[in-house]
Each structure stands twice: as structure tokens, then as C-alpha cells.
Design a protein around this ligand. Structure first.
Ligand code: NDP
Length: 247
């Protein structure tokens, strides 16, 4: 039996990529999962797949940019499973562009999903975790939360913010026995580049990524590793790059 068995884990952005792979990994280790994202068909399909393998999983369609919906997600989890052990704030978008293109709507979306979505996720679960004096909040940042690349200024800004918020949360809540983990993936083969609206930049990014990217299951294993530590051990931060990725 692993230390993941029967833990109740909410995963945002579970309809594709890293979130979907994390759901598969944690289900195989006996977690009770709550999948969240906007695309219901994808969540339903993943739920069926996991259930067919004997996993325990429910889902709730959730837009993390809505504080009300994230609150409802936590309430639904408590109603169905009675507790929340782990919150994986993974949902994120990356419509890269140089600042000079002034794609202000895309900046707003990145701030709403990547920063506010993470904050809403924290707000939705923290009171219950404080009450139980136990819990684990895992926030997905990025290599772009450590470095700024051309066209990544705003995206990096959101991912730096995720790291700052998570470290602040750790320092405020460690004495309440709440663990925090920052996950910073390198280049992973997911749908993340789909949101880039500058077609030339998108094509160049797809080409560059092809050379180095690794499977989302690599990140799922790191998340599982953080969760399965004994409760007095906190893996506070992990960077997981493809071996052949320089920056
Ligand atoms: P994907 O595009 O494959 O997955 C993104 C997920 O976020 C989807 O499930 C999507 O679901 C969800 N999502 C987007 N907007 C919202 C929203 N408003 N409300 C709820 N869910 C939303 O990309 P990844 O798996 O790569 O991304 C997961 C995380 O990993 C992100 O935070 C990303 O920044 C980070 N990351 C990824 C890297 C990579 O190379 N792939 C590198 C470093 C970090 P739906 O559209 O159904 O709502």
C-alpha cells in the first residue's frame, strides 16, 4: 500500500496533458480523484478509463477563473468524499507573444487562469486543511517561472507569481502541518502550445519542442513522489526537465 492510497486529490486541468497523466498515475496508486476542467467530454472519457481499471474517480466541470466554480468544486469533493487531502492546481494556459503585440486579452486570460485560478484553488481548500491540521497543495509553475524567454514575459510573470505565492503559503502554513509543492516542468508533450495565436511563433515553438519534449507521465510521477512522502516530509520544489533541454 502506498501513502497515496485513499487520499482525496483534486486535479485542475485534468482534461489533457500533465493533469490527465497525473490522474492516471494517482488512480493507479489508489487515490480518490476529483477531476476538474472545462471540457466535460474529456473528463467523462478519462473517468470511464480510470473506472474500468478499478480506480475511484468523479469529475466536476470547472472554470478555474471563476472563484465561485472553484469553491463549488471543493464543496462537491467534501460532499462526495468527506475530506480533501491534496489540491493539484495544474490548470494553465500559455498564449506566448512579445509584449509589443499588445495581446491584452491573452494577458488577462493568463493572469485569470494561471494566477487567480491557483489562488482560488488555495482559497477553496485551505480552511478545511487548516481545520484538520493536514493537507497538501501542489502548484504547477514552470521552467518559465525561473527564467524569462523571448515572448514569455507575461506567461513567465504568471509562473514566477505561482512560485512566490506557493513559497509564501509554505511560510504561513507550515505550522498548520500543510505541505506545499512547486512543480516546474521543462518541455512536455501536451496541448499547451495550441493557445499561441501568432501562427509563426506557434510553428517555431512546435518545431523547437519536438526536439526535446518528454511525456507528461514524467511530471505525473514527480507529483506522485511528492504526495507519497510521509506527512512529516515536504517536497517543496521540483524542476523536471528533459535530460537534453539546456534552459
Ligand atoms: P494542456 O494544454 O494539455 O492542459 C492544460 C489544462 O488546463 C487542460 O486540462 C485545460 O482544460 C485546463 N484549463 C485551461 N484553462 C482552464 C480554465 N479556465 N479552467 C479550468 N481548466 C483550464 O497543457 P499542460 O498539461 O502542459 O499544462 C498543465 C500545466 O503545466 C499548466 O499550468 C502549464 O503552464 C504547465 N507547464 C507545462 C509545460 C509544458 O511544456 N507542457 C511546461 C511547464 C509548465 P480545459 O481546456 O478542458 O478547461
Amino acid at each position: 500500500m502506498t501513502n497515496i492510497q485513499d487520499k482525496v486529490v483534486i486535479i485542475t486541468g485534468a482534461s489533457s496533458g500533465i493533469g490527465e497523466a497525473t490522474a492516471r498515475e494517482l488512480a493507479s496508486k489508489g487515490a480518490k480523484l476529483v477531476l476538474a476542467a472545462r471540457r466535460e467530454e474529456r473528463l467523462k472519457k478519462l473517468q470511464e478509463e480510470i473506472q474500468n481499471k478499478g480506480g475511484q474517480v468523479i469529475y466536476k466541470v470547472t472554470d478555474v477563473a471563476s472563484q465561485e466554480q472553484v469553491e463549488e468544486l471543493a464543496k462537491y469533493t467534501l460532499k462526495e468524499y468527506g475530506k480533501i487531502d491534496v489540491m493539484v492546481n495544474n490548470a494553465g494556459v500559455m498564449p506566448l507573444s512579445p509584449i509589443s503585440q499588445l495581446k491584452i486579452k491573452e494577458w488577462d486570460t493568463m493572469i485569470d487562469v494561471n494566477i487567480k485560478g491557483v489562488l482560488y484553488g488555495i482559497a477553496a481548500v485551505l480552511p478545511f486543511m487548516r481545520e484538520r491540521k493536514e493537507g497538501h497543495i501542489i502548484n504547477v509553475s514552470s521552467i518559465a517561472g525561473h527564467l524569462v524567454f523571448p515572448a514569455s514575459s507575461v506567461y513567465s510573470g504568471t509562473k514566477f507569481a505561482v512560485r512566490a505565492i506557493t513559497e509564501g503559503l509554505r511560510r504561513e502554513e507550515y505550522s498548520n502541518n500543510i505541505r506545499t509543492t512547486i512543480i516546474s516542468p521543462g518541455t512536455i508533450d501536451t496541448e499547451l502550445l495550441d493557445a499561441i495565436s501568432d501562427l509563426e511563433l506557434k510553428a517555431a515553438s512546435v518545431e523547437a519542442n519536438k526536439k526535446v519534449q518528454i511525456e507528461p507521465a514524467s511530471i505525473a510521477r514527480a507529483i506522485a513522489f511528492a504526495i507519497e512522502q510521509p506527512s512529516d516530509v515536504a517536497i517543496n520544489e521540483m524542476i523536471i526537465r528533459p535530460t537534453i533541454q539546456e534552459l
